[in-house]
Design a protein around this ligand. Structure first.
Ligand code: ZN
Length: 257
C-alpha cells in the first residue's frame, strides 16, 4: 500500500501518459511483490527527487538565459508575457547569442540607449559595441565618406538589449493605443534586428539623405519605407542594389517569427 505513495509525484508531470500508469499500484500490491516494497519506495523517492531537481534546474536555465545555450521553446515565455503583444514575447531566442558585450537584461546606456551625438566611431558605447562587426565596419566606412562630403552621421540607436526593446514596445503600445498599431513601428525583443545587433538608426536628416543615395555602395540598405533612418547590412547590395523595401515592419516576414 505504501508503495503507491511516491507515484503521484512524477505522474502529474507526464502529459497524457499519467492515467495509463495508474494501474501500477495494483501490481505492486500483488502477493509476493510486497517484500520489494521498501526498496522500491527508496528508488522511487530518489527518482522523484532527481526529477524535481532536473525540473528546477531547467526552469532556472530558462529564466536566467544562462550560458548562451539554446533555450527550448517549451521552457521560455515566462518573462515576456507582460508585453500584451500576441504570442510569446521573450527575447530568449536572441538573448542566447553568447556575445558577452550584449547584456540582454541591461537598461539605460548599458542596454543600448545611445547618448546624443554618438558617432559611428564611439565604439565604447554599448549600442555600437553590440553591433555585428561587419555592420559596424560598413557604417564606419560610410560615415567616413559622408564626412568627406560634409555630412555628419550620428547614431541614434544600434544594438539594444531585450529589456530595452521591451520597454520601447511598452511605450509604443501606450502611445499608439494598441499592440497592432505599435507593431508597425516597434518590433518585439524576439524579432528586432536591433536586439540581434543587425540594425542602426542614423541621423540627421542630411545623413539619411546621404545614405539613401550612397548606402547601397556599402551594402547598407533602408529596409522599411516608413523608417528612413533604419539601415541594415544586405550582402550584394553594392553590386545589385538594395532589395525592395517593405512598406513597414508588419510586412516583414521576420516580424512574424
Ligand atoms: Zn531601427
Amino acid at each position: 500500500m505504501s508503495d503507491t505513495a511516491p507515484l503521484p509525484i512524477p505522474a502529474p508531470r507526464a502529459p497524457l501518459a499519467a492515467p495509463a500508469e495508474a494501474p501500477a499500484p495494483a501490481d505492486a500490491s500483488a502477493p509476493g511483490r510486497r517484500r520489494l516494497g521498501a526498496r522500491d519506495l527508496t528508488l522511487m523517492v530518489a527518482a522523484a527527487v532527481l526529477l524535481v531537481a532536473a525540473l528546477v534546474a531547467a526552469a532556472w536555465a530558462g529564466v536566467a538565459f544562462s550560458g548562451g545555450t539554446p533555450v527550448g521553446g517549451g521552457s521560455i515565455g515566462g518573462r515576456a508575457g507582460d508585453s500584451g503583444a500576441a504570442g510569446p514575447v521573450d527575447g530568449a531566442v536572441l538573448a542566447g547569442d553568447g556575445d558577452p558585450s550584449r547584456d540582454q537584461d541591461a537598461t539605460g546606456v548599458a542596454g543600448g540607449v545611445v547618448p546624443d551625438g554618438t558617432s559611428a566611431f564611439d565604439v565604447d558605447v554599448p549600442g555600437l559595441a553590440g553591433l555585428d562587426p561587419r555592420l559596424l565596419d560598413a557604417l564606419q566606412r560610410a560615415a567616413t565618406d559622408a564626412s568627406s562630403d560634409g555630412v555628419d552621421v550620428v547614431v541614434n540607436s544600434g544594438w539594444r538589449s531585450a529589456a530595452h526593446q521591451e520597454q520601447l514596445l511598452r511605450d509604443a503600445v501606450a502611445q499608439y493605443g494598441s499592440a497592432r498599431e505599435a507593431a508597425r513601428w516597434v518590433a518585439t525583443p524576439a524579432t528586432s534586428a536591433h536586439v540581434s545587433g543587425d540594425a542602426v538608426d542614423i541621423g540627421s536628416w542630411d545623413a539619411t539623405d546621404w545614405f539613401s543615395r550612397n548606402g547601397a555602395s556599402y551594402d547598407l540598405c533602408q529596409v522599411y519605407e516608413n523608417e528612413t533612418w533604419h539601415y541594415e547590412l544586405r550582402d550584394g547590395a553594392s553590386r545589385n542594389g538594395c532589395p525592395p523595401m517593405y512598406r513597414d515592419p508588419t510586412e516583414d516576414p521576420r516580424m512574424r517569427a
